[in-house]
Design a protein around this ligand. Structure first.
Ligand code: SAM
Length: 421
């Protein structure tokens, strides 16, 4: 009896194990099959979605109400970034319509004062990085800055933008506080002030805000941390999380906060660019500046100049980024960066037609401009401010736009959000 019972028990145990394994495998298989079919369905659905269909998500209500602003998925943004021919034209048309519906055909000016090219950083793309010993360093005198600001006021620009290489020592912080206060004295505070002076402590941002600056531009440069460290050294002076924290501080202090990226960087993918746009939306910034990356021969990224998209492609990608963002954030201010004009003589106008609404004519005294070459062959380096202005008026009129003179030209998105709170 005993000799027959033991094998039977073994057989039952083996059958039990086989049964459990089969049930488990079948369940795993079913989950895998479900995932496979679901993904295939989604993939097919996405691939058959045309740019027109994606753009139709931005319906007529978006043109009237900022609250309904278009939100695109990562995949949709990538498809829009790849749009060509009729699709691309449709994208630009829709972005222009959206801008005109929300912001009219006005362009706001910021008289750009390139205060100093003295910089403590060594970003791998920037011509004025401190390790570029070929650059002759300068700092404008107080009088020169005030003269530039007065000129901006006389020309009716309404606002100035003070930009500089990055320093955060006490002398610099005090000097900027003083200059902001002095600019504010011109015609009883009639000039708006944008600062673009890099990473600072929250306390410094607050000091400058209290002195009278109310807009601040700090491009994230690349919202993907891995890419960030391919275009910056990875050290305590170039810390991705620090840069993010600075953007948060600016928002907290109450600035109309602007950020942005360079387009067409080495190692940058369409996924990165799509994420950059989603980053701006998620941060709910008031302003964005994006321009094509332009390799500088005296920087480490120069070695990758043959591995980036062509100049024309970088320009087109920048325009698509501007257009898509205009659909996603209809009421923010967007700069038609000088870099656009540097790579294409019509670049600034093209950016305006793609959805940008701010231009920063250079008011830096001509003798210093040659030394603020963050990239080579910068546009308008030799222009005189008054020539620049009449030329700008004509160029804008030719594309159905006009300058809104004597106004700060604040971000409508910011103003509405502030009024609500
Ligand atoms: N130091 C400040 C900062 O970091 O925000 C402001 C000055 S920084 C020179 C101004 C902007 O120039 C940067 O945010 C960067 O996007 C842009 N830039 C620098 N080098 C560039 C290049 N080679 N091509 C295109 N844009 C460049």
């Amino acid at each position: 009896m005993a000799t027959t019972t033991i094998p039977n028990l073994w057989i039952i145990l083996i059958l039990f194990i086989v049964f459990i394994t089969s049930v488990f495998s079948f369940t795993v298989y079913r989950v895998q099959m479900y995932t496979f079919f679901r993904n295939s369905y989604l993939c097919a659905k996405f691939q058959t979605m045309t740019v027109t269909e994606i753009l139709n998500k931005v319906g007529p209500s978006t043109l009237r109400q900022a609250q309904d602003s278009g939100t695109f998925t990562h995949e949709e943004i990538k498809l829009l970034l790849a749009a060509e021919g009729e699709d691309k034209k449709l994208l630009f048309d829709k972005a222009l319509q959206t801008k005109l519906a929300h912001l009219d055909n006005y362009v706001h000016l910021r008289g750009l004062i390139e205060y100093s090219n003295i910089c403590t950083k060594y970003c791998l793309y920037c011509g004025v990085r401190c390790k570029n010993l070929k650059v002759e360093r300068y700092m404008l005198s107080d009088e020169e800055v005030i003269e530039c600001a007065k000129l901006a006021h006389e020309l009716g620009y309404g606002s100035v933008a003070l930009q500089s290489g990055e320093r955060s020592d006490k002398t610099f912080v005090d000097k900027i506080t003083y200059l902001v206060k002095e600019i504010k004295k011109i015609d009883n505070g009639s000039l708006g002030i944008t600062l673009s002076l890099g990473e600072q402590t929250e306390e410094t941002y607050r000091r400058w805000f209290e002195a009278g600056a109310h807009r601040y531009l700090l491009r994230i440069e690349a919202s993907n941390e891995d890419l960030y460290y391919k275009i910056h050294p990875h050290d305590e002076k170039h810390d991705f999380h620090q840069r993010l924290a600075c953007i948060d501080s600016l928002l907290k202090v109450g600035y109309q906060t602007g950020t942005g990226v360079m387009v067409g960087l080495p190692f940058q993918t369409l996924d990165d660019l799509a994420d950059d746009l989603l980053f701006f939306k998620q941060k709910d910034v008031a302003m964005v500046g994006m321009g094509p990356f332009i390799p500088h021969p005296d920087t480490p990224l120069w070695q990758y100049r043959d591995q980036i998209p062509s100049t024309k492609e970088r320009m087109q990608l920048t325009l698509k980024m501007i257009a898509i963002l205009r659909l996603m954030m209809p009421e923010i201010n967007m700069v038609a960066a000088t870099a656009n004009q540097t790579v294409d003589p019509q670049g600034r106008e093209k950016a305006i037609l793609a959805g940008a609404n701010v231009i920063m004519p250079n008011l830096t005294p001509n003798e210093f401009r040659e030394n603020y070459l963050i990239y080579p062959d910068k546009a308008c380096v030799k222009d005189k401010p008054d020539e620049c202005q009449s030329c700008l008026d004509m160029r804008l009129a030719a594309i159905g736009h006009k300058v809104l003179y004597n106004a700060w030209g604040d971000s409508v998105a910011f103003t509405k959000k502030n009024n609500k709170n």
